[in-house]
Structure formats: structure tokens, C-alpha cells
Design a protein around this ligand. Structure first.
Ligand code: AMP
Length: 403
């Protein structure tokens, strides 16, 4: 069965198609600038046909889906002969609120629930729904599955997800911690369990998804018991452009002193903060690492500071999750930065030496591949595990459709 994976954003739509017999990606691509002008890059992988990379008019997600399906089935760039060869579609959906603790087959009730959760995911859920609706009309009768970023974290106990604000806000508006990157935390924690011997019961794993967006999860017996992102992805670690956790009083202070509205302050916290805000250089960790390493760079010191703040916070979260779990059997590094930055892994684990964590510095030089980098005598195993959220979505989609 071929399964098409859709990740719809407000002006973009990423896709991958998997052949589930082999779990290989047969084609992938991205539509960008939807609703502005439009661009499609489509890459056939299974048959060596040429890449399509051109501006095309994409007024809505509906035209974007039509263009994607045309490319997947067309003579020049296609990977299948017709739409009938696409057995199911899996959608990445940001916010399932308290409604979803696992992936589900999409029907009217599921669409209504995603819609009802828009107040919790105001930027993403409407875009995810546009992707779902576009597929439902372009491919009637093809089963569609929703896979939620929040679902894996629904096993958190109340003490981990309740904020210390009036309880009535939880009762009235569902204000609580939800957590994100759940598909990634689920995948890498399951891979870690395999590396620990295969039985989830009794295992304590801390998964660090460190990329442009970053979050950490504490996973006991294969189930999430705590995570760093909150009601929205703004909480927790400092990120590429997001502040992560700050004193909430800063919001009013900055609004007053800078003459900004509430919305403008939140824009600053989401888009101009994090390591970009501290370094003044970039939200991309590669740029920051090279500016920090170049003493002649005018923002070298601030770049090093941004890296130090980020790494210090990662180590603090890991330490606090060791407390939450009563120790740890494994720490996992994943996503763009976690998989590729040896410097980050070294700095974070150096900070954790007092808790018994060491790594093998030679093995740590590896990038982007599954590896056990545990140091001699370390009481906690340390793994690099490349994440694969799309494959998890494809596997969930296949198993739900075939059930
Ligand atoms: P992601 O959001 O998972 O795609 O991760 C993107 C982040 O990973 C960006 O900030 C990149 O700079 C960072 N990244 C990717 N490769 C490297 C690398 N080799 N060294 C440091 N950071 C990297």
C-alpha cells in the first residue's frame, strides 16, 4: 500500500509518499507560498524521474493538493499510474487537546474535534483542517488518518500537566500542559527501549528533541510522564526564535516599556526570541556555532552566550526529569541539532557528569545516525537516534486503515 503523508501549515504543505511494503519514501515535496503566489518542489525518488521545481499558482490548499496529486500520478514526474494506487492519507495535526490520545481515522466527529481545539492551536489546526478537507474532496473514498503532536503526552499524570493558576481555567477552557513533538518522542523512546533490551516495563528514558523547535520528555514504561512544552509550543526550552519559559511578569513589563500590544509582545516571544534574540545573529544553530567560534565576529560573545543558555537549559531539564523518573536508563538526542551537533551533546553531558552521565567523545563525533555514545562507567546510556515522524504517521495510517 502507498500512504501519502501530509503536513499542512498556514502557507505551506509538505508531503511524503511511502511504499509500506518496504517503508521506503517513493516521492516527497513541498508547496510553499500558498495563498500568496505559489511554488511546488516535487521530488520523485523511486524511479529517478526529474524533479519539478517551479512557481505555480496556489490560491488555496485545495489547489496545492490537486497539484501534488497531479505530480504524483503524471507521466513526467509521477511515481504511480493513478490515484487508485494511493491507499490512504495520514495527516500531521498539531493540537488534539484532551480529545485524542492516539491516532484516529478521520470522520465528521474527528473533524469537529480538531475544529473545537482551534483555540488551543490557533495557527496550526485551521491549516491542518484545510489540508484534510482538500484531500477529502480530491480523493473521496480514500481513508484519511489524523496523527496528533499532542497524543503521546496524554498519559502525563495530573500533577505534571496542571498549572498553578485558578483551577477553574482548566475546567472552563482546558488550560493545561499538552506537550508537542509527541510523534518524535514516541518514536525515539520506542527505539531507545529496543536498545535497552526491548521491554518497555521498568525503563526510564529522557528524550531530547532539539531542533528549531525543541522539547524534552520523560518516558517511563514507554509512556510519557512529563514534557517541557506546555499548552502551546512556547513553553520550556529556549528555541530558535521562541523564548521558552520566562517570568510571565516580563510580558507586561515589555509591553509597557516598549509600547507594544499584547499581540506584539507574543510575536516577539515567538519569533524574535530564543537563540536568535540572545545572539542577534540567527535562529540557525549552525550560524550561531560558527559566529561563536570566530572571535572577530562582532556578535561572537553573544553567540556563545546563546549556545550556553540553550545547553544549560537542556541539561537542567534532563536533571529535573531524572528527578521525575527517579533516575534514568537512557538519554536520547534527536532532531536537527540533537542528531548533528557533537558540541551540543558534549556540553550538555559535561554538565550532567555529577549525575553519572558520560559519553565516549570519539563516538560522539558521529552525525545523524543511530548510535550508542555512552561513555565508560556512565550510569546512564546515551543514544543518538534520528527521528522519523513521517514514518510513524505512515505506520499509524496503515495499521488504522487495515484494522
Ligand atoms: P530541525 O528543526 O529538527 O530541522 O532542526 C533544525 C536545526 O538543527 C537548525 O537550527 C540547524 O542549524 C540545526 N542543525 C542541523 N545540522 C546541524 C549541525 N551539523 N550542527 C549544528 N546544528 C545543526
Amino acid at each position: 500500500m502507498n500512504v501519502l503523508i501530509i503536513n499542512a501549515g498556514s502557507s505551506s504543505l509538505k508531503y511524503q509518499m511511502f511504499d509500506m511494503k518496504t517503508e521506503e519514501v517513493v516521492a516527497k515535496g513541498i508547496c510553499e507560498r500558498i495563498g500568496i503566489d505559489g511554488h511546488l518542489k516535487h521530488t520523485p525518488i523511486s524511479n529517478g524521474k526529474p524533479v519539478f521545481d517551479e512557481d505555480i499558482t496556489l490560491p488555496t490548499h485545495s489547489e496545492a493538493i490537486t497539484a501534488v496529486l497531479d505530480k504524483l500520478t503524471g507521466a513526467e514526474h509521477g511515481v504511480v499510474a493513478s490515484l487508485s494506487e494511493i491507499g490512504a492519507v495520514g495527516h500531521r495535526v498539531l493540537h488534539g487537546g484532551q480529545s485524542f490520545s492516539e491516532s484516529v481515522l478521520i470522520d465528521d466527529a474527528v473533524i469537529k474535534a480538531i475544529n473545537d481545539n482551534i483555540p488551543l492551536g490557533p495557527l496550526h489546526n485551521p491549516a491542518n483542517l484545510m489540508g484534510i478537507n482538500a484531500c477529502l474532496s480530491a480523493m473521496p473514498g480514500v481513508p484519511q488518518v489524523a496523527v496528533f503532536d499532542t497524543a503521546f503526552h496524554q498519559t502525563m499524570p495530573e500533577k505534571a500537566f496542571i498549572y498553578a493558576i485558578p483551577y477553574s481555567y482548566y475546567e472552563k477552557y482546558n488550560v493545561r500542559r499538552y506537550g508537542f513533538h509527541g510523534t518524535s518522542h514516541r518514536y525515539v523512546s520506542a527505539e531507545a527501549v529496543k536498545m535497552l533490551g526491548g521491554k518497555a516495563e521498568g525503563t526510564r528514558v529522557i528524550t531530547c528533541h532539539l531542533g528549531n523547535g525543541s522539547s524534552i520528555a520523560a518516558v517511563r514504561d514507554g509512556k510519557c510522564v512529563d514534557t517541557s512544552m506546555g499548552m502551546t509550543p512556547l513553553e520550556g526550552l529556549p528555541m530558535g526564535t521562541r523564548s521558552g519559559s520566562i517570568d510571565p511578569a516580563i510580558i507586561e513589563f515589555v509591553a509597557n516599556h516598549e509600547g507594544l500590544t499584547r499581540e506584539e509582545v507574543f510575536d516577539v516571544l515567538n519569533k524574535k526570541s530564543g537563540v536568535l534574540g540572545i545572539s542577534g545573529v540567527s535562529s540557525d544553530f549552525r550560524d550561531i556555532e560558527s559566529a561563536a567560534a570566530d572571535p572577530s565576529h562582532p556578535l561572537s560573545r553573544r553567540s556563545q552566550l546563546a549556545l550556553d543558555v540553550f545547553r544549560y537549559n537542556v541539561a537542567k531539564y534532563i536533571g529535573s526529569y531524572m528527578a521525575a523518573l527517579g533516575g534514568a536508563d537512557a538519554i536520547v538526542f534527536t532532531a536537527g541539532l540533537g542528531e548533528n551537533s557533537a558540541e551540543l551533546r558534549e556540553a550538555v553531558t559535561d554538565q550532567l557528569r555529577g549525575l553519572g552521565v558520560t559519553i565516549d567523545r570519539d563516538k560522539n563525533k558521529a552525525r545523524g545516525k543511530l548510535l550508542d555514545i555512552t561513555g565508560e562507567g556512565s550510569t546512564v546510556r546515551v543514544f543518538i537516534i534520528p527521528t522519523n515522524e513521517e514514518l510513524v504517521i505512515a505506520r499509524d495510517t496503515k495499521s488504522i486503515v487495515e484494522a
